[in-house]
Write a protein that binds this ligand. Structure first.
Ligand code: LLP
Length: 463
């Protein structure tokens, strides 16, 4: 479609409406490696390729919308975390970011452990062959069935989140004739600089046992008395999408402080600490995430220094990155359906998915970028809002981004950095079918989670 058929609306910085964007990029065809998966590039025809396959081939073979994950990139990031922490520390991938059996196998092969937080995630991990002793089981309200299954299958650790759970897990383990290794999750009272819904170390929220008022010390006291559990350490997760390391420093300082108090009171040196996940990734070119080796160095140094000062043996450290491993490795491929230029505002570009495959924009005001991927274009930039097909005006995938003004129905566009918390938080709102996850590697694509079908929907509807 010609540009004149789609007037692009305002284009110059001085007349742009308010929004979350900087000036249009110099070249809309450039795919910034900061936000795109490692093997993404454009071929000689200007079509995006990933893992050696073009976006058009992927759309033909698998349809749209589809999440496309770069397996080599996933493995490389997993390995980078693993080697950054070395053999004296453990990396637990947080399965909530995205979990499937293929992902479990990749993690297993790359030497990572796995953090699960529900019976469903545990079942997925076990069914794909993750050794149970490399699994940590989380959650603030685990059911009796979940706890029983976790203990019976032999998970390496259960992270206890409340006073009730300390007793509950101890009783269940004892009744099964087992002694379960556990950590206690504490809240250290840090305000992480992130969205309120994903900050988890300040006291006024549902996770963990507060350090304040001696509650965490009391939890340790009780746990040490129970035969069914073996307390191996303290856990702290301060939140998500964090760039500033100072929150982790304060958390490490306070966790080590508790270890010292435990040693002084009980004569016991707990051998492990877990500092959780939460490291931020680049969703747009404005974000500057830390590399795993920098994070490993910073965390290890803080813990070692604090332990030396407290005359404690340095405990074994573990971390639980989710987003930082899977987030950048995938993008969501959409087909453009309709284009509505609104004079003096912006152009609404409707795609064949929406808030059902990416709720993060609506939920956290998350920022994403977008690119035309089935061709390049020399047209002027137009300020676009990428929206979905749901019956809701908040159904926004990318709030404000620039796309070429000659964008037309049938074009393929892609939103990068959707590997974490997109498929895992996808819904069936409006009975829209959840997209597949397609893994690409060395010129081949393979569905690892298939597209939902109307039969899948109707199978649950038994009324
Ligand atoms: N460990 C624990 C105990 C957690 O609760 C989480 C995330 C992680 C590790 C992994 O955090 P990550 O490295 O992926 O940031 N749905 C939100 C994020 C919620 C995170 C919940 N817990 C989002 O889309 O931003």
């Amino acid at each position: 479609m010609s540009r004149s058929a789609h007037p692009a609306g305002p284009r110059h910085a001085d007349v742009l409406p308010e929004g979350h964007y900087s000036a249009p990029p110099a070249d809309l065809n450039t795919l910034d490696p900061k936000v795109w998966a490692q093997t993404v590039t454009r071929d000689e025809d200007g079509v995006l390729t990933v893992g050696g396959i073009t976006a058009t081939q992927l759309a033909e073979q698998h349809g749209t919308p589809a999440y496309v994950v770069d397996e080599a990139d996933f493995r490389a990031r997993a390995r980078a975390w693993r080697s950054a922490f070395g053999t004296d520390a453990d990396v637990f991938y947080a399965g909530k970011a995205f979990l499937s059996r293929a992902v479990v196998r990749w993690l297993h092969e790359e030497g990572l452990n796995l953090d699960v937080c529900s019976g469903g995630e545990l079942a997925t991990a076990l069914s794909a062959g993750m050794p149970a002793d490399r699994i940590a089981f989380h959650g603030n309200n685990k059911s009796t069935e979940e706890i029983t299954r976790a203990i019976e299958s032999g998970v390496g650790r259960i992270v206890l989140d409340s006073f009730q759970e300390i007793v509950r897990v101890a009783h269940i383990a004892q009744s099964l004739g087992k002694r379960q290794r556990v950590q206690i999750r504490i809240t250290v009272g840090v305000e992480a600089h992130t969205h309120e819904f994903i900050a988890t170390a300040h006291e006024d929220q549902k996770f963990g046992i507060p350090l304040a008022g001696g509650q965490a010390a009391e939890a340790v006291r009780r746990a040490l008395k129970l035969d069914g559990i073996e307390l191996i350490g303290i856990h702290s997760h301060i939140g998500s999408q964090i760039f500033d390391m100072s929150g982790f420093e304060v958390a490490a300082h306070r966790v080590v402080g508790l270890l010292k108090d435990v040693r002084d009171e009980h004569g016991v040196e707990l051998p492990e600490i877990d500092l959780g996940g939460g490291l931020g990734i680049a969703y747009t070119s404005d974000d500057d995430p830390r590399e795993p080796h920098e994070i490993a160095k910073a965390l290890t140094e803080i813990v070692t220094r604090e332990c030396e000062a407290a005359k404690l043996r340095t405990p074994r450290i573990s971390v639980e990155p989710g987003r930082a491993i899977v987030g950048p490795t995938a993008f969501t491929l959409y087909e453009v359906g309709t284009i509505k230029p609104l004079d003096g505002l912006r152009t609404y570009v409707s795609v064949d998915g929406g808030m059902s495959d990416n709720i993060r924009t609506a939920l956290y005001d998350a920022e994403y970028t977008v690119a035309l991927v089935s061709r390049t274009s020399d047209a002027a930039p137009m300020l676009a809002r990428v929206v979905g097909k749901h019956c809701e005006s908040g159904d926004i995938v990318v709030k404000d981004a620039f796309l070429p003004a000659d964008l037309a129905p049938g074009d393929l566009i892609a939103v990068p950095a959707t590997g974490a918390y997109c498929r895992s938080m996808a819904s069936n709102y409006n009975h829209v079918l959840r997209p597949p996850v397609v893994a690409v590697h060395d010129g081949e694509s393979r569905v690892i989670v298939r597209r939902e079908t109307e039969e899948d929907l109707l199978r649950l509807d038994v009324g």
